[in-house]
Design a protein around this ligand. Sequence first.
Ligand code: NOJ
Length: 737
Amino acid sequence: MEQEKLYQLMNSLTLKEKIGQLIQLSGDFFGNDNISTGPIEELGIDNEMIQYTGSILNVSGAKNTIKIQKEYLAQSRHKIPLLFMNDVVYGYRTILPIPLGQGATWNPNLIRNGYEHISKEASKAGVHVTFSPMVDLVRDPRWGRCLESTGEDPYLNSQFAKAVVEGFQGDLNHNQLASCVKHFAAYGAAEAGRDYNTVDMSERRLRQDYLPAYHAALEAGAKMVMTSFNTIDGIPATANKWLMKDILRDEWGFDGVLITDYAAIKELIAHGVAVDDAHASQLALEAGVDIDMKTACYANQLQPLLKEGRISLELIDQAVWRVLTLKNDLGLFENPYRGADLNEENYMRTSDAREIALQASREALVLLKNNNNLLPLDFKTQKIAFIGPYVDSKFLTGLWAINGKTEEIASIKDVVISMDAPHVTFTKGCDYLDDYSKLGKFGEFVSNFKINTDDEIKKDLQEAIIIAKESDIIVLALGEHMLESGEAGSRTQLGLPEIQQCLLNEISQLGKPIVLVLFNGRPLVLTEIENKVDAILEAWFPGSEGAQAIVDILNGTYNPSGRLSMSFPYTVGQIPIYYNSFNTGRPVAVHDDNNRFASQFLDAPNTPLYPFGFGLSYSQFSYNNLKLSSNILSIGSPITISVNITNTSSIAGTETVQLYVRDLVSSVVRPVKELINFEKIFLKGGECKTVTFILTEKDLRFINKDMFYQFEEGVFQIFVGHSSQEYLSSQFTLIKH
Ligand code: NOJ
């Protein structure tokens, strides 16, 4: 529709019809199921307002969406279509590895391709907007939503933010979704990793580390932004004018739709900045929030607020205009059903989509340990016992794959029994958890777990010991219960569930080689487990094709290439722990008991168990001949950094070459290392390749002491290598002229 016509349309709406556009309700208001991700309460919205509602949350399926849209339009005076928004977070029916696993691929192009397929699947199911990507930087694995983030690094997160938006949106044709980047801002920095908790940090840190990924998503064209639940500097994001107006709208020029997170307007009351619904609505509207997700605040309060002169019609109109513009950009006025297709099944899980998801899962898996080259295994000849609750599990997709179907997921056992593996045995050994009560009512929605009796627990364990004794090698498939991470999945103990830990202890006493395959939505603390096993394969929640990917790595069909995008702590007490930290005034290179007044712990190292960028391969790579084209870099005269990488093994493999920099002296303290580039290369056995990076002054900019994003002259150290801890190093000087 032409802008002029759209404008006329907006002006022809009554106030109540306008407000309707600013409301998002869930499916139960439209005779559909309610998928709830927040507290459920009676909203108390009148029927007329329900009829005017502009968008709908988490309803999908072509039949559903077409029916709802048809009925809605039939009773609508102006025929303004409903927007269907959905948490298509990392998959629809084809499900990618969780974003923390995607981060470990260090392959944004592959991930972009994966999201293109997901976008098409969801679009055929009638979805218009996805609440993804979540780009919250996270340095605290106690936070359950690490699962939805690509990790602790601003640069890597920004690369993925861009890739996901591009994958979802493309040119926004009817097979593609509009992307809503979330949660603005800094939600990943919740104190103590407790979900929804306070965030407080300096503006410099916010701008330097936390904001870049949201900005990258918007530069890639993301159409929407979602506010975060947390406060920033004492002001909840949903009422934070500085964040939403000064930075988002004015500084970054974002003119798309800003939606709250689930019930976040009403939560302004609990935060203690609003007295009641009216006050909360006023604060949110003044902050530039367009859509109220799942409360009655805007629905019931905007009219009286306007009448009392507490808000202006102009603010309402601006919000309505942005919503109508999005509907128009999506082509809904011309085709309110958009991509929805009653033959949607034909587009689900196509072989192309599954192939990309499989490759993403393979690349997401990280080999953390492989003593004596225990892996890969030979399924044809070795006697392998697969033990653990994840051996025959279909819960491989993590908490936020709400549109996936468990029956479409193969377990590890399903994959292995379809192969030529004559001496392989399987048993679960124990349940995921000894106590499901902590998962509360939420647990019941995906699981029917019963608590085992002591006898049943013993029986499971004995069976595991029997088959373990009869085998040459044991593969233990263990991990968090799927509901232990994800939203509201904060934890203070980051080991394996107790019952699984007991299983591991018992099995490890048998003295047989053990491969541990881990399932989890966050970095775990593996310090005590690590020395009881010979190999560890970190599988995250690997997605709908994950079991195949795991087996491909276990049997050597695929050579592992994943690299951690988040540090694995040595102990919970180190958290937050991240590679790009400051040096402090009293740094220590290694822990030293005789150096009392240094920045270290008395009882633990400063370093994590597994650092950022780390991951093993079945190949061996060596780095040499690091060269800089010049040791002076100036504006307009970039330098080229080159390094030779040799695969010193006979096994072909992929190496992720990482480039870090350190600004040695500047007006504000800079991190000991910052990732500024990387390249994934494939090397045949014995092959050597030269990788080059071009470095310009733009790569060296930072928020200086006056809060400008600029570089400063001086000496920089560079590190090129296999991880944030293994590298070659050199220096250069940056000058202006
Ligand atoms: C709450 C979550 O924080 C957010 O990520 C999600 O998109 C909304 N609920 C909608 O389900």
